[in-house]
Design a protein around this ligand. Structure first.
Ligand SMILES: N[C@@H](CCC(=O)N[C@@H](CS)C(=O)NCC(=O)O)C(=O)O
Length: 322
């Protein structure tokens, strides 16, 4: 893998960059942190000048990436498919990082690798080249490459372009949503990565125990609540789903999160199927791509690059939740 340093794409050692001295996985911060706001004023971070508009903004994702998946989900839930255009990178990386080919095309800039989109925005860019990316055609720059903030913009900044007024981050539920987000980010979304990327037994044990402790909490919660915050479907559910739908096909084996399977949790599995069966959501999911992505050849985790055939998972079976 590589990264950008002063606008140059350079090689770096995967393991050295991603783990600290104790062998625990660490994640770096995203670099572009502007916000699309209703009136174009500056958001919580970055510069102003990004007003919502149809066909002005473009989303780059990779189908295997769970962080990018959040933005695909929010785009679908808010009915923004006609407002924010979309391109997918090839769902796998080379020594050029995320890239495009004849099948996965960059329809906006015509680049062959995503790092060129980053340097188009900032010729001296330094940092990791990650998906998702929200590109602004008008200012020819990256608005944001932080999924948690892109989904907030889709809910708030783009509200006038949405086909529904379902607020995914309503005022009265914010502290509850924030609390779920916190727990789920640390122990689930990033927890599975901390398990899969750890290079010491202790770091792995700790991460994997936390994953399952939270899954147990979620299972209990969903036994008498339809969604994480009760009857209302919120951003917290959007942030949980990408990890759940990848769990049995990817994290269970490839990241050694194997104390139990998702299908062993009746409520959590039915909840995951219910979300999968909501309009427009199954199109954001590709179990085969997840499997090939997480089991791709890696000197540390899968030196042979062999992709397992199973398990046979069908999120399309009736969820039975009324
Ligand atoms: N904080 C970012 C993280 C995104 C992220 O880590 N994406 C991964 C793919 S799953 C990536 O592009 N990694 C490339 C790299 O780190 O070089 C977000 O949530 O938007």
């Amino acid at each position: 893998m590589g990264m950008l340093v002063d606008g140059q794409w350079v090689d770096e050692n995967e393991a050295k960059n991603k783990t600290d001295k104790s062998g625990a996985f660490k994640r770096t911060e995203s670099g572009f942190r502007n916000w699309v706001t209703t009136d174009g004023s500056a958001g919580p971070t970055g510069e102003g000048g990004f007003v919502p508009d149809r066909d002005r903004y473009h989303l780059y994702v990779a189908m295997n990436c769970p962080w990018a998946h959040r933005t695909l989900l929010m785009r679908a839930f808010k009915g923004l498919e006609d407002t924010i255009t979309l391109d997918k990178t090839v769902p796998g990386r080379t020594d050029q990082g995320w890239y495009f080919n004849d099948l996965y095309v960059d329809n906006v800039l015509g680049k062959s690798a995503l790092h060129q989109v980053y340097t188009e925005a900032d010729t001296n860019c330094t940092g990791r080249v990650t998906v998702p990316v929200l590109w602004d055609r008008e200012r020819e720059t990256i608005v944001s490459n932080e999924s948690s903030e892109i989904i907030r913009m889709m809910n708030d900044g783009f509200a006038a372009f949405s086909n529904n007024d379902h607020d995914m981050y309503p005022e009265d539920l914010r502290s509850e949503i924030d609390a779920w987000n916190d727990l789920i980010y640390n122990t689930i979304n990033n927890g599975v990565y901390r398990s899969g990327f750890s290079t010491s037994q202790n770091a792995y044990d700790e991460a994997v125990r936390e994953v399952f402790k939270t899954l147990d909490t979620l299972e209990a919660r969903l036994s008498d609540n339809r969604y994480l915050c009760g009857d209302r479907f919120t951003e917290a559910d959007v942030r949980l789903f990408p990890t759940m739908i990848r769990f049995d096909v990817a994290y269970f084996g490839a990241f050694k999160c194997n104390i139990r399977r998702l299908i062993d949790y009746p409520n959590l599995w039915a909840y995951t199927r219910e979300i999968y069966q909501m309009p427009g959501i199954s199109e954001t999911v590709d179990l085969d791509i997840y499997k090939r992505g997480y089991y791709s050849k890696s000197p540390l985790r899968n030196p042979t690059g062999i992709v397992p055939l199973g398990p046979d998972i069908d999120p399309g079976i009736p969820h039975g939740r009324g």
